[in-house]
Design a protein around this ligand. Structure first.
Ligand code: PBG
Length: 332
């Protein structure tokens, strides 16, 4: 017979005391989300008359100039900390000419954002994949391999065009060796000492980028495994992050976020610069799809997912819900 008078049936230490009411739970919460930590990725399509919803990213649009400016202002009013514009050019070519054009769609996106809302922090994505007809993030050599050092030169030109357009930071996402050092050199030589660098330091060759390829109408046939990281590796991520900080990264990013929370936590331990993480298109689509099928409470799951990214160590969270979430957080 079990003896229920055993003291072990009447514990003196009771963690549940800290969970009794909403007010007590709020008092002891270790992690809180704030609108200012949210970064909104946003797509501008060159020459688009009207915004068009992206079928694999329900609720997210390929913007026209007008709807883009409205979305930027709406994000700012909701308290979103920054936007991360991506440009979809009308024409793509082998070297991604649109990317280095001072009048190209991404430089235009930076200017339009600053026109619409001068205070909004802008982190333009610095990568060639939206602009190349082969869809790779860099220039190809004769054998069809991505040529690291030729690509760095094109990144430098792109960086200068985006800095001239007024981008506060450049989000270097191409995963070329030495890209942060090369960009820092180009910016400093041309007097853009205030323009910062957000390094997509640990970026994985992830299948979670799927819907993004539709969003930017990517023409990629193969994969990016020769420059983005192998999902099997974590030490490699630490090496990439260390190198980027040594080369002058002001902020580092881990991407994707939800499937790589261990990397986010390790990054936070490793370096003293701000750590950000990007809840990518496929992670968005996964949650939206499950919510639409009635599997779970959409709002709770979004907040839980973002809280997990913050708890893991990211103080800046790029995500497609940024404006909506900032609104919820303001109300709360
Ligand atoms: C590269 C870039 C990509 C994403 C952001 N920047 C695509 C890629 O590397 O394949 C993906 C973002 C997402 O999936 O939400 N320009």
């Amino acid at each position: 017979m079990t003896d229920f008078s055993d003291p072990r049936f009447h514990p003196t230490i009771r963690p549940r005391r800290l969970r009794t009411t909403a007010q007590v739970r709020n008092l002891v919460a270790e992690t809180r989300l704030a609108p200012a930590e949210m970064v909104l990725p946003i797509f501008l399509v060159e020459g688009a008359k009207d915004p068009k919803e992206i079928s694999s990213l329900p609720g997210i649009f390929q913007h026209s100039e007008n709807s883009y400016k409205e979305a930027v202002c709406e994000a700012y009013e909701a308290g979103v900390g920054a936007i991360m514009p991506f440009g979809v050019p009308l024409k793509k070519d082998a070297v991604g000419s649109g990317a280095v054009d001072p009048e190209g769609v991404l430089a235009q996106a930076v200017r339009l954002a600053k026109e619409a809302c001068p205070e909004m922090v802008v982190i333009a994505d610095l990568c060639l994949d939206e602009f190349t007809d082969h869809g790779h993030c860099g220039l190809l050599d004769e054998d069809g391999n991505v040529d690291n050092d030729e690509t760095l030169k094109q990144y430098a030109k792109m960086g200068l065009a985006l800095a001239a357009a007024g981008s506060d930071f450049l989000g270097a996402s191409g995963m070329m060796d030495g890209q942060i050092g090369a960009l820092r050199a180009a910016l400093d030589q041309d007097g853009y000492r205030r323009t910062g660098l957000l390094a997509y330091a640990a970026k994985y060759a992830s299948a979670f980028f799927g819907p993004f390829r539709e969003a930017v109408q990517s023409s990629l046939k193969g994969d990016r495994k020769a420059y983005q990281q192998d999902p099997a590796n974590s030490r490699e991520a630490l090496r990439e992050i260390t190198l980027d900080v040594e080369e002058g990264a002001d902020i580092v990013m881990v991407k994707p976020a939800l499937a790589y929370l261990d990397i986010v936590a390790a990054a936070r331990q490793l370096v003293d610069v701000p750590v950000s993480a990007y809840v990518v298109s496929g992670e968005y689509a996964m949650i939206e799809g499950a919510a639409a099928s009635g599997a779970f409470d959409r709002k709770r799951v979004i907040l839980e997912a973002l809280t997990s990214v913050k708890r893991a160590g990211a103080g800046i969270i790029a995500n497609y819900w940024a404006t909506e979430v900032a609104g919820w957080l303001k109300e709360a």
